[in-house]
Each structure stands twice: as C-alpha cells, then as structure tokens.
Design a protein around this ligand. Structure first.
Ligand SMILES: [Mg+2]
Length: 672
C-alpha cells in the first residue's frame, strides 16, 4: 500500500485538482493524508469531502513527518498541493520504482505553462537534477517516493530547516538507500511561484539556494524568504504594496461562481425556454436550452408550467428553480471542475429523470459553467470540452481536432412539418474533407431544391419546417428522396453527397404497426421497405428506424441492413449510458445521437459520447427542433471528436449559428 502525504496551507484553489487526479489513477491501493497547517479557507473541508485523512501540519517538513507517522503504507509519496497527476502516474512510477529496486526516488518535472521560457527553465533544472543524482543527489518536494523504513531510519525531514529541506532529506536518504530519478513519468507542476515572484527572481533565488546548500547544507535562517501556501506568519510581515499585489493576484484566481441568474426567453418555435447568465471573475457566460418536438419517452424531463400562459409551455418553474435553488447552492463553486459541478446538479435534482428541477434548468446551467471553465482555463470551448472528455484538465492538451461531417436537414416531415411525410428528416451529407466546402454544397443544393419545389408545387411548397428544411406537400418517402437527388444533380454534386434519414419511427408507430406512405407495415415489412430505399439512394444512415421501445426491430435491422449503412439510436438511446449499454448488449445500433438536453448535463453527454465511441460506434451530436442561437453543440461536436453533427437546414438564424461556429473553428484549426 502507498500513503500519499500532502502538506497544505490555504490550498483550496489547487487541492481539488490534485485530489481529482488522484481519484482517477489507474493504481488504486493508496490512502491520502492531508497535513494542514491551519488553513483559513476551505482546504480542510475539501480534503474531508474527498475522503482524505486530515491531520495537523505546519511547515512542509513538519506536515510530511506528521503524515508519515500515521501512514499505513510501506511506501510514502510526498506531493506538493499544486501538482496534478496524469492517470497512470502512480502505476507507472511504482512499477519503475520496484523494477529498479530503488529505496527513494523522484521524477523530472513537466511544467504546466504554455510559455517556452518556463519549459526552458524547467528543462535546465531537470538536466541539473539528472546529473546531480550521481554526485550530490537533490530532489524538489513536488514528488518524492520513499520506503517508510528509509524515512524512519533517517528520522524524516529536518524540521529546523526553512528552505531546501527536501534537498537535505534526499542527501541523507541516499546514503542509506538507493536513490534515482524515475523516467517513466514526469510530474506536471504549476508555475504559481514563478507567476507570483517573477521568473528572473525565482531562477536567481533557486541558483543561490543550490549554491548555499552545496556549501552549507539546508537553510535554517530567513535569508531566502520562503513562502509556504499563504503562510500566516509571513503574511503579517507583508508591506501594504505586497498585500495589494497579493490581493489582485488572488482576485484573478477566483474562478468561482459569483452569481447565477435565469430568465425565460423564446426559442425558434416561439415557445419559452430557459436562458442563464453565470458570473465568474466579473464576466458573464450565457447559455440557453433547446427543446425537441419529437421527444423520446426516456429523455430527461423538461419542466413546463402548464396552465393558460404560453399555452402551458412557460418555463417559469424551471427559471425559479435555477434562481432559488441552484444559484445559492452552486455559488462559490469552481467552474473548471465541470464533472463535480454536474454531479452536484444531478444530486441536487435527486430524480433519475431530472424532473425535480427540470432537465431544461440543469443543462442551461451546465453549459454556462462549461463556457466559464473554458474562459478560466484560457482555452476555446471545444478544447476545454476535449480536456473534460480526455480527463486532462490543467495538463497540456494534445487533442487533435476535426470538424465532423454535417448533416443538413433539407426536407422536413413527421412531427416537424405539416405535410404527409412520415419520415421526419431528410438530410444531405456532403463528403468533402473541408467543412466550408461541405457547407457551400449544402447551401447550393438547398437553393436548387427550393427552385425545383416552387416549379413543381408553387410558392407555398417552400414553406419551412421547424428545422429550416422545406415542408412540401409530398406524400411518399421516395418522392422526397427523388427530388433531393434531382437538386443534388442540378447543383452538380452527384457522387459527392450522401443521404441521412431520421425516421423518428415512434411517431408513426400505432397499434403495433408502422404507418408510412399511407400503408401499414410489420417489423419485417418495414425492414424490407428500408432496404429498398437503401438500394436506390445513397443512404449513409437511418436514425430511429423503429420505435423507441422496439429494440428487436433495431436488432433485426442491424443484422439485415448492409454494414456500411449506420443505424443510429436517438429516441431509443436518449443520450443515456444505461440505454446505450443495453443497445450494445443486444447489438442493435452502430451509432448514437448525442443531445445534451436529453440527459441534462454536459458531463453526462460527454460520458455518453465516450461510451458510444468505446464501442466503435458513430457519434452524431444534434440540435433540437426548437432551438436558440446558442452554438454550444458545435463546440461539443468538435470537442468529443464526433463523426457527424446535425443542426438543421443551412438556413435560419438558430441553425446557421451552429454551422457558422464550425466555419470559425475550421479557420482556427487551419491556423494552428
Ligand atoms: Mg431523431
């Protein structure tokens, strides 16, 4: 067993990140001891909440020794509170420690900073430490791994030393045991001291400490003014100027939620929906919630007021839940910790279907938190989402981004239109490798289709459905597909565009039969019907070919459709990991639609996408038929590496805002 010992003093900003990274370790057999030196902030509470053993600390040497005294493990790991460990860190370092038969070890540092000067400085330090391990070994207290019997043999850290007690410790320990630097993992370290004290000042100070130590040993006087956390004794000695500087630095570090406010706005269908404004670091982050017309029965529940107002569709209850329940509960929480805020929201709601506070309340808050988190981390929204997806918060992201293929809904039927088409969405999926050209193809085909429809049925045939696609008076699926193919040909993109269908079959499932094109079909007949369409048209996927409870229909389709045609579950899976797992066990899908408001929080949507991807299935991130100009899903799709995105037609503000956001992202990625 390992005992991880962390000395702390007012570390509420950093400790949660370290504890989270410890929780995510692939190696699990360890305890965490926090030796606290009398924090006046939430450090102790945070440590307790994460299940750590909290004991009395002092200066780092005292805290570490106290921790070692109560440690159960036979291997001790001393960590500074401002490090964040990669997932495999404990597993890898322990493996190497044992393999090389070491008694004490440290690891080289990887700096958490985008500045090349910082990387250069730390690389020089690493080289110096690497060379000195064979002559006069030294290690910095960020990470020290030691056998408990060695720690005891040398009597622990020298508590009389104020600076370089870690150097002294390593030198004494290396005389009774074997010390080496581990090469399997580097420890990520923050640059807060460099930021606080200035790079040149810090570099000079460390060089002087090194020289002093080599000449005289550990520093027992105050000649190098060392600050541990926000040490109370030192704080009293600060000048007013330093206090103001410290205060303004702290202000910048306040990445907590200051306030949260919600209001009712209208969506693209003219129905009320929830908008929130979250204030962090004196900036406002806004997000709003969309609403589906064909909702899955198993979706998280949105709250509607009922009654006369807005024909029952008001969302005042959801707004009130945010203002009166959620806002006071999440105030002062750290926005970068998306997963913990989301799980807090889920717990606060307390109901499996989120019907207590309302999924429409939760998702708007969750998305606004995500936006604020990205800003605080100084990242784009999609790369922040990728970091959450990859569990790489506050470590340099190595995510490679691509723009998903967009599926443009150009003919609307089903619940989205007033015509007789049973299939809800007819989508074109241009296949070029650049998004900007795909968008151009979609727009040109859309306009060619408009002309064809006008010519055939007159002007009223180009009325738009909810998602911006046309809602012509067509009756049969093949009529719609034929006229789309004609438009593709007219625009001269034949062979460059595939077709996607969202059957949303629950909507035409009545009395155990599927009603389509004026006929009723059994499960098997419907499969044959789809197969005939697949034969005739370049169909890439069919979403919800069967009703939301008809797992068997999906399973048969998976067996009988050609492998290259994907079967996507939307109403069937509702972005819910339990239903996705079930579908995987039955083997009835080859992809899933991800809609954040179907499940209620960003983290859950990300988890669902991750699960879908782990099965080798396709991920399609989707808007809703009643939407707002919030473009969150564009960043979500890029952040989770989705294969597809659908945001309706290449027309209407709330639809094109998502596509325009993708254009901007594509431009940004090209410049990188
Ligand atoms: Mg659907």
């Amino acid at each position: 067993m390992i005992s991880v010992i962390i000395p702390t003093l007012n570390e509420e900003n950093y400790l949660p990140l370290l504890l989270k990274s410890l929780k995510q370790q692939t190696y699990k057999n360890f305890e965490v001891i926090v030796a606290d030196a009398g924090s006046s902030d939430d450090t102790v509470q945070i440590a307790k909440n994460w299940g750590c053993k909290v004991i009395e600390g002092g200066m780092p040497a005292v805290g570490r020794n106290n921790g070692a005294r109560v440690a159960k493990g036979d291997i001790l790991i001393f960590l500074d509170a401002d490090v964040v460990l990669p997932k495999e860190f404990l597993e890898e370092t322990l493996k190497e420690f044992k393999k090389r038969k070491l008694d004490i070890a440290s690891s080289y540092m990887r700096v958490l900073s985008g500045k090349s000067i910082d990387s250069l400085m730390y690389n020089i330090v690493n080289i110096y430490l690497g060379v000195s391990q064979f002559l006069k070994p030294k290690a910095v207290g960020h990470f020290i791994m030691v056998k408990k019997k060695i720690h005891r043999k040398i009597g622990g850290f020298d508590e009389t030393i104020k600076v370089a007690e870690d150097f002294d410790y390593i030198q004494r320990a290396s005389k009774v045991g074997k010390f080496r630097y581990l090469t399997s993992c580097r420890i990520p370290v923050s640059v807060r001291r460099l930021d606080k004290e200035g790079r040149i000042a810090m570099a000079t100070k460390y060089v002087l400490i090194g020289i002093y130590f080599d000449l005289f040993g550990g520093v027992k006087s105050d000649i190098f003014r060392y600050r541990f956390g926000h040490y109370a004794e030192e704080k009293r000695k600060e000048s007013l100027k330093e206090k103001i500087k410290e205060f303004s630095l702290k202000m910048k570090m306040i990445y907590r939620i200051k306030s949260l406010r919600a209001r009712e706005i209208l969506d693209s269908r003219g129905n009320p929906t929830v908008e929130v404004e979250l204030m962090v670091n004196n900036k406002i982050f806004r997000a709003s919630c969309p609403a589906g017309a064909s909702k899955g029965k198993y979706e998280a529940k949105e709250l509607r007021d009922g009654g006369k107002r807005y024909l029952g569709k008001g969302v005042r209850r959801a707004v009130e839940n945010i203002n009166k329940i959620i806002a006071p509960a999440i105030r002062r929480k750290y926005v970068i910790n998306q997963r913990s805020i989301d799980s807090f929201l889920v717990r606060l709601d307390g109901k499996k279907d989120k019907s207590h506070l309302g999924a429409n309340a939760l998702i708007a808050v969750s998305e606004a938190v995500c936006r604020a988190g990205a800003d605080v981390c100084n990242k784009t929204l999609y790369s922040h989402i990728a970091d959450i997806y990859n569990d790489r918060l506050l470590t340099p992201s190595d995510a490679k981004f691509k723009i998903p293929l967009a599926c443009f809904n150009i003919i609307n039927g089903g619940a989205h239109a007033g015509n007789d088409l049973a299939i809800q969405e007819f989508m074109i999926i241009p296949q070029d490798s650049t998004f900007s050209f795909n968008l151009r193809m979609a727009s040109e085909i859309y306009h060619e289709l408009k002309k064809l429809l006008e010519r055939k049925f007159g002007k009223f045939a180009t009325n738009l459905g909810d998602e911006g696609g046309f809602a012509p008076p067509l009756k049969r699926t093949s009529d719609a597909l034929n006229i789309i193919m004609k438009a593709i040909k007219k625009a001269d993109y034949l062979g460059k565009v595939r077709i996607g269908l969202d059957a949303a079959a629950t909507q035409f499932y009545r009395n155990k039969k599927y009603w389509i094109d004026g006929k009723k079909f059994s499960q098997d007949e419907l499969i044959n019907y789809y197969k005939s369409l697949i034969k005739k048209f370049p169909i890439l996927f069919i979403e919800d070919p069967f009703a939301e409870q008809d797992f068997e229909g999906f399973r048969k389709a998976k067996q009988l459709f050609p492998r290259e045609v994907f079967i996507l579950g939307d109403d069937l899976l509702v972005t819910n990991v339990e239903r996705i797992k079930k579908a995987h066990t039955i083997d009835c899908c080859s992809g899933a639609i991800i809609k954040p408001n179907q499940i209620g929080t960003v983290s859950e949507a990300i988890e669902a996408a991750k699960l879908v991807r782990s099965y080798g299935w396709k991920v399609l991130v989707s808007h809703r038929s009643g939407d707002t100009t919030d473009s969150f899903i564009a960043d979500l799709a890029v952040g989770v590496g989705a294969d597809f995105i659908k945001a309706g037609a290449p027309a209407r503000g709330e639809r094109v805002e998502k596509y325009n956001r993708l254009l901007r992202i594509e431009e940004e990625l090209k410049q990188k």
